[in-house]
Design a protein around this ligand. Structure first.
Ligand code: N2P
Length: 357
């Protein structure tokens, strides 16, 4: 009988211990991710109403933080101080994060809406099989210009930017790869050139552009150009489309020497707390109505076929922002240059910025 009582007691104690552990884990989960979803995205890159809609549908609370360059995002994720559940980096940054083992493979069974993505944007070299990332927006880098302020100038070549008529009249996007890439392209080199002589030539050429550069700016570039604070800007295509919504005088071209085409994809960092919620968010953003609303709000180009069909024809048929494959084929994606070379690009860009001041 005593043995039976002891056994009973042992079972009860174990059961209580398990219950306690379970509730402790639940509350910990609630605290550290079970009920929240932390998203790290570019600035001005989501319709805030959609975040509310997602919260309503899932009961999760979204914590939202932004970055303004892949380099800033990489530094933060590499440091690991904050844990993010979903991050939206570009192609070469995704390759770098994969290499550094910072991402977890996605569970495609939890992302059925992936079927909505145009095959053209799947299985790209920075992430074969979309093992770690799914498309969010895509686009190009080009020149936005105001015909009223540029006396009939033609911007089909990057070299037009060095024209002395553009003195103090250009805004540059604050991106090391974008600005270095533009200078390299203007010299007919690749945006991924690693040759030190070519890189120094690019810096020298950039320094010669300084008199024409009014400022190197972040997201405020849209407001400044729409308000005609300068005649010309080097921008991402989506920003150009947003600016042109505000001020339809402006036009956008991708110069003939070549340029960058980029892809911003959603990923889940290895340190994510809420992996299930992260998959839910990714799948939500791929829903046609959601992707269309988001594209309309931020002005960037969606890779989502049924979403594109929901957009006004003047958007979906605008080849400046939805260039066909014949055009994008001649553009380059930024390569993952590796730690040292990427740092070198950043350093050269910084030298140009310092020299300008
Ligand atoms: C949005 C920035 C988009 C970045 N503000 C393009 N890769």
């Amino acid at each position: 009988m005593k043995q039976l009582v002891n056994a009973f007691l042992a079972i009860m104690i174990t059961a209580f211990a398990l219950m306690y552990l379970g509730s402790w884990m639940n509350s910990r989960e609630g605290y550290s991710g079970g009920n929240t979803l932390t998203i790290y995205n570019w600035g001005d890159y989501v319709d805030p109403d959609l975040l509310k809609e997602f919260e309503k549908e899932t009961g999760l609370t979204v914590i939202y933080q932004t970055f303004d360059s892949n380099e800033a995002m990489l530094t933060k994720v590499e440091q690991g101080g904050t844990t993010f559940d979903v991050v939206i980096p570009s192609d070469y940054a995704i390759a770098k994060m994969k290499e550094e083992n910072l991402l977890i493979p996605l569970d495609h069974s939890k992302v059925p809406n992936l079927k909505n993505i145009d095959a053209r944007f799947m299985d790209l070299s920075f992430d074969p099989g979309n093992k770690y990332s799914v498309p969010y927006f895509w686009g190009t880098v080009g020149i936005i210009f105001n015909p009223d302020m540029t006396q009939g100038m033609d911007f089909t070549s990057w070299d037009s930017l060095w024209d002395s008529r553009l003195k103090n009249n250009i805004f540059l996007v604050d991106g090391a790869r974008e600005v270095m890439g533009m200078a390299l392209n203007s010299l007919h080199y690749s945006v991924n050139d690693r040759d030190e002589g070519h890189l120094q030539e690019a810096l020298t050429k950039l320094n010669r552009l300084s008199p024409n550069v009014k400022a190197i700016v972040g997201d405020e570039i849209k407001m400044l150009l729409a308000n005609e604070e300068a005649a010309v800007g080097i921008v991402w295509s989506g920003d150009a489309s947003e600016i042109m919504d505000e001020n339809d005088k402006l036009d956008y071209v991708v110069p003939e020497e070549g340029s960058n085409k980029w892809f911003d994809n959603m990923v889940i960092p290895r340190t994510a707390d809420n992996v299930d919620g992260a998959h839910k968010f990714i799948n939500f953003m791929l829903r046609p109505d959601v992707a269309a609303k988001n594209a309309e709000y931020v002005g960037y180009s969606t890779p989502n076929i049924p979403a594109l069909e929901l957009l006004p024809k003047e958007t979906s048929e605008d080849t400046r922002f939805y260039p066909p494959a014949e055009i994008t084929d001649r553009l380059e994606v930024y390569d993952n240059l590796g730690k040292r070379m990427l740092a070198h690009y950043n350093e050269l860009f910084l030298k140009f910025k310092m020299n300008k001041k």
